[in-house]
Write a protein that binds this ligand. Structure first.
Ligand code: ADP
Ligand code: ASP
Ligand code: MG
Length: 444
């Protein structure tokens, strides 16, 4: 079987959904499971409705809801070539469920993470109803699934962790792909053991795709988006970024983790265990091969660059660090308690600097850290990562990086822990220029 995941950009309107169905139709002999995101922008709209309603602006929320409703209805009419019918009715029922939720939020003027997940889950539920109906209208035999019955998560609503083993079991028991039949499921959404709707975090549909793929031992997971694959840099920053033909699992995971938004950071993990190849391809240009992510990459050296903004550098200065056992573990225990993940670390005899990008619980965590020494905070930093194999074995590599960035003040450097990533921390305001400079140096 094969998993085909389509992002919001690929299901943005009737024309693009038509392309999606062309691709799915071609893959019918390979027992496809299609995983879809919400139509582009719909998740943002649902979040903004929930936020307006919780601040008492229910008129704004309902107005936005009406525009989302119209967009789905019009796309439906265009795809099915009729202005009403059972699919329009099904969409309307879902819309009226969202309306009730939004009205509830505006009454209590509060939107808990759990309620927020209930609201945003409608994006994927709506888009998949549309795609399923359009596929049936083309004569494809379809089974529309509800991912909440298969993707089991914990209760960290809005950013839930998937419990892989229980999910795999549910998927294997309940889903049986067949040649000639198109299975359709929602990305991004799941449910807790109590059946409460949850989501896997923004961009989580890619992760859903590999969860289904690993459970069903897919021969391939294809991630269809609006660019030709993984590029050497974010094309919105570097206009001449080039397509990367293939990457190893660890290179792709590193790029995703350090900011290449094209795939969600957790996507690779389920695929690695079974060695399932993941390809990233362009729905707008299906003739292109895209990027193949697999066990081994073919070349050495820098493969791509990524940036992550909104980083905070925390430095703890303490003479108690000198020769002290367990100092770092006590500091990391504080981050663990507050569920803050630390990405890069640099230490000296009397200080330790760390980068974090979760500003949510930072205040109380810092108060606790102050018992270990003087805490210094630098906000609005960014990490620029160069990813590739055996980077530091080439002595000229580091020199080229530092000469190219001679005029950029660097705050922290991390190389060596994985041998596939050089991480440079600098002010957010310098990072786009630094990325273009390094791209020119290595790919120009
Ligand atoms: P989808 O709706 O398909 O999930 P996303 O917006 O989540 O699409 O991801 C695709 C976008 O990621 C591209 O349009 C591109 O602007 C951005 N992007 C950032 N870094 C990269 C990169 N290294 N390679 C390709 N695309 C990237
Ligand atoms: N629709 C969700 C989002 O916009 C999930 C996804 O697209 O992957 O974040
Ligand atoms: Mg995405």
């Amino acid at each position: 079987m094969i998993v085909l995941k389509f992002g919001g950009t690929s299901v943005r309107d009737a024309e693009w959904i038509g392309r999606v169905l062309d691709i799915a139709h071609q893959e019918l002999p390979r027992s496809p499971l299609l995983v879809s995101s919400a139509m582009a922008g719909v998740t943002d709209d649902l979040l903004s409705m929930a936020s307006s309603a919780s601040r008492g602006h229910s008129e704004d929320a309902l107005q936005l809801l009406e525009s989302v409703r119209e967009r789905h209805m019009e796309t439906c009419s265009e795809l099915l070539e009729c202005r009403e019918g059972p699919t329009h009715n099904a969409l309307d029922r879902l819309m009226s469920d969202v309306r009730h939720l939004i009205q509830g939020v505006s009454l209590v003027r509060e939107c808990t993470p759990r309620t927020q997940d209930a609201v945003v889950s409608f994006g994927e539920r709506l888009s998949t109803v549309l795609i399923a109906a359009a596929a049936e209208a083309r004569g494809i035999s379809v089974r529309l699934l509800d991912s909440r019955q298969f993707v089991r998560t914990d209760e960290h609503f809005t950013n839930a962790s998937c419990m892989l083993e229980p999910s795999y079991r549910l998927i294997r028991e309940g889903i049986h792909p067949l040649p000639g039949m198109l299975l359709i499921a929602q990305g991004f959404i799941g449910a807790t053991a109590d059946g409460v709707t949850s989501t896997l975090g923004r961009g989580g549909s890619d992760f859903s795709a590999t969860i289904f793929g690993a459970a069903l031992q897919a021969e391939e997971v294809q991630i269809w988006t609006d660019v030709d694959g993984i590029l050497t840099a974010d094309p919105r920053i570097v206009t001449d970024a080039r397509q990367v033909k293939s990457l190893s699992y660890s290179e792709a995971a590193e790029l995703a983790f350090f900011g290449a938004k094209v795939v969600h950071p957790f996507t690779i993990q389920p695929a690695v265990e079974l060695g399932i190849p993941v390809t990233v391809r362009n729905t707008g240009r299906p003739d292109r091969a895209g990027t193949r992510i697999q066990a081994e990459s073919e070349t050495h050296g820098v493969r791509a660059l990524a940036t992550r903004k909104g980083i905070t550098v925390i430095t703890i200065h303490s003479s108690r660090m000198l020769n002290a056992y367990g100092f770092l573990s006590r500091i990391f225990a504080v981050f663990e308690r507050f569920r803050i993940s630390v990405d890069l670390v640099a230490t000296s005899e009397v200080s330790v600097s760390m980068t974090v990008d979760n500003a949510l619980n930072l205040g109380p965590a810092i108060t606790e850290l102050e018992q270990y020494g003087r805490v210094q905070i630098e906000e609005r930093q960014a990490i620029l990562s160069l990813v590739g194999r055996n980077l530091w074995r080439d002595p000229s590599f580091v020199t080229r990086v530092f000469v190219a960035l001679a005029s950029v003040p660097l705050r922290m450097i991390s190389l060596g822990s994985s041998d596939i990533n050089l991480g440079l921390v600098m002010a957010e305001s310098s990072v786009d220029t630094a990325m273009r400079t390094l791209h020119g140096e290595f790919f120009g």
